[in-house]
Ligand binder design. Structure first.
Ligand code: NAG
Length: 316
């Protein structure tokens, strides 16, 4: 009797977990995914692959099943960028609310010689997105700017969060920063209501701590029940230490307090190196990637339902 009860409990746990984290939901590499919902269709965007600068997938069943489309969401990367297809990374798309969608992405800057963050606009989430003529943020001395994402505060003010790519400066070791020589802060840049024009100086809202290894990256802010939650990944993407973490604050500018434990780590829900999570604005559903093959590195998309209890976020 006791044994039957334990089995029942394990089964209940397994099915509960399976109902929250699902995937892989793409059969191919679809790293650093982001999501926007429009007219009931879910749109996901990913780092370059399959010959496209920015990959695109859609779901018409609320994110259960996805189709990767044979088209490039960002056919041209902007006159400021080198156009190196393999260096177009980590898009994020927001609905500006006026019939325009804004894509943030990272590309290699011709003048800076590092990655910069750019923006592009389209009148449908399918694109094609048209790039702005200049980059939105660069930081060549810091190693470059990557992993941009949009956020709109409750008062309507818009921001772009991004990572200063300090590990790109190359001290060696894990992700080029194993000796922790360089900073990899998350910056917050206010932008005008158009979502693409920076206003004022970027401020630093998060930095590495001892649990983060060589870097933090992949920021995305959502506001849920008055809690500003800044999702990010720690450690090197090609190691099993890569994770999905978050920090919370009562103001978009912080100070942000890191959660006592990451949201997803290797081993959770049988995942390997989960990272790059982007929730939808209300925080209830998110896309992220995890590794299914190390060589060639293959990181298909997964999804998660998130639950919130104050400043504690769970994916189960
Ligand atoms: C560039 O990055 C460094 C961190 O490496 C940071 O301290 C600095 O504030 C950044 N500069 C700007 C203009 O954002």
């Amino acid at each position: 009797m006791q044994r039957v009860l334990i089995l029942a409990a394990e089964l209940a746990f397994a099915s509960y977990a399976a109902a929250s984290v699902a995937g892989p939901v793409t059969s191919t590499d679809f790293p650093d995914p982001s999501i926007v919902i429009a007219d009931g269709t879910y749109y996901a965007y990913a780092t370059n692959g399959n010959g496209y600068n920015i990959q695109l997938a859609t779901s018409t069943d609320s994110g259960s099943t996805w189709t990767v489309l044979a088209q490039d969401a960002l056919p041209t990367v902007g006159s400021w960028a080198t156009g190196n297809n393999g260096l177009t990374w980590a898009p994020d798309v927001i609905d500006r609310g006026d019939g325009t969608y804004v894509m943030y992405y990272a590309g290699e800057s011709t003048s800076e010689g590092t990655h910069c963050v750019g923006a592009a606009t389209a009148t449908t989430p399918l694109g094609p997105f048209s790039p702005e003529s200049s980059a939105l943020a660069c930081n060549a001395t810091g190693g470059g700017a990557i992993d941009p994402s949009g956020f709109q505060d409750s008062d309507g003010t818009r921001y772009v969060a991004y990572k200063v790519d300090g590990n790109n400066l190359g001290g060696g070791g894990s992700c080029g920063n194993g000796n922790l020589e360089y900073s990899t802060p998350i910056m917050l840049q206010q932008v005008e209501s158009d979502g693409v024009t920076p206003t004022g100086d970027a401020i630093q809202i998060l930095d590495r701590s001892e649990y983060d290894g060589p870097l933090i990256e992949a920021p995305k802010i959502v506001l849920v029940n008055g809690v500003y939650a800044l999702f990010f990944s720690s450690n090197c993407y090609n190691t099993n230490l890569y994770d999905v973490s978050y920090a919370t604050a009562s103001s978009v500018t912080g100070p942000y307090t890191k959660a006592s434990s990451p949201l997803l780590v290797t081993g959770d829900d049988s995942l390997t190196a989960p990272g790059g999570m982007t929730p939808i604005p209300d925080g209830s559903f998110a896309v992220f990637h995890a590794t299914t093959n190390s060589d060639p590195l293959t990181r298909p998309m997964y999804t998660a339902k998130l639950t919130w209890d104050g400043t504690v976020v769970s994916a189960a």
